[in-house]
Design a protein around this ligand. Sequence first.
Ligand SMILES: C[C@@](CO)(OP(=O)(O)O)[C@H](O)COP(=O)(O)OP(=O)(O)OC[C@H]1O[C@@H](n2ccc(N)nc2=O)[C@H](O)[C@@H]1O
Ligand SMILES: Nc1ncnc2c1ncn2[C@@H]1O[C@H](COP(=O)(O)OP(=O)(O)O)[C@@H](O)[C@H]1O
Length: 318
Amino acid sequence: MVPTPITVRVPAKVNLHLSVGDARPDGYHELVTVFQALSLTDDVTVVAADEPTIEVKGEGADEVPTGPENLAWKAVRLLAEHCGRDPENPGVRISINKGIPVAGGMAGGSADAAATLQAVNQLWRLELGRDELSELAGKIGSDVPFSLQGGTALGTGRGERLVPVLARHTYHWVIALDREGLSTPGVYGELDRLRADNGNGRIGEVEPLLEALASGDPRQLALLLGNDLQSAAVSLRPGLRRTLRAGVQAGALAGIVSGSGPTCAFLCTDSDEAVRVAAELSGAGVCRTVRVAHGPVPGAKVVSEEPAHRPTPPQVHA
Ligand SMILES: C[C@@](CO)(OP(=O)(O)O)[C@H](O)COP(=O)(O)OP(=O)(O)OC[C@H]1O[C@@H](n2ccc(N)nc2=O)[C@H](O)[C@@H]1O
Ligand SMILES: Nc1ncnc2c1ncn2[C@@H]1O[C@H](COP(=O)(O)OP(=O)(O)O)[C@@H](O)[C@H]1O
């Protein structure tokens, strides 16, 4: 019998609010963050196979490891250990089709890990529930539980403890991708350095942003977007200042570095405006590629169609 492949589609994220506390003894920083899942997605397909392999296609595929460092492999091994299978020989072939920028602060690797947990749970008929999968997800990386859950959520701890947030609107975003990624630990380290040098300012409380999300007014939300890692990302990549300015000059309500960057996300009033801002920004020559996206969208979920049939995301080449 030919084994049946299972494909899971999984979203990117942007942090609408990312408040970073001091470094903890374990090296992580205590966070208060609001994640929103966006319509840029990866597809992860798993199938039973004698020879375990991983293949990566799509944008930025060359920069993604295909060995044990790939977060999708970590997910398979962890699940194998959890259910008493041999993690060295899990008998799974993985194929990843990237639509999420690599090392862009949009949790692409975390997304693939979340999708793999979901897909292999079904492949092996483990029937693990959301909570159990989320617990495993948190062991792979701080962002992985959110990639499973999707929507809009408040994250605390390392970012792995989640509570869903009421968001009454579909928000329209323009996403500016940079030419090269930034390392997440490198950006956290730069923030620590800046804070030690000059006390670097901190964004305010999260409550007003939660109220803006509940009201569903993008203009109100735009005033409250904030990211403590932005100054560190800009310090490491000063050109981002120009990108952020160009998006607002093009008509976005506000722009923010996404997580640890260097991707910048611009909130727009509606979908037509997002397309217009994307076109203008792509002509400004401040980034590699511009995309439009909306959120919130659901987290990792099994899709019945073949991955080859996935829609091409709208994009504008700069
Ligand atoms: C910054 C954020 C914002 O959502 O995402 P990205 O922008 O990278 O996607 C996350 O905190 C990234 O989460 P994730 O990419 O899962 O990080 P992990 O694998 O858990 O940790 C990688 C490294 O980042 C640093 N790290 C991560 C999370 C955290 N709360 N404090 C940290 O200091 C640590 O140096 C850690 O060793
Ligand atoms: N499946 C994966 N997809 C993308 N990157 C991965 C994956 N597995 C491991 N990585 C590694 O993780 C690093 C961070 O990638 P990514 O998760 O896309 O960015 P970020 O942490 O900025 O959101 C990459 O540079 C890559 O070496």
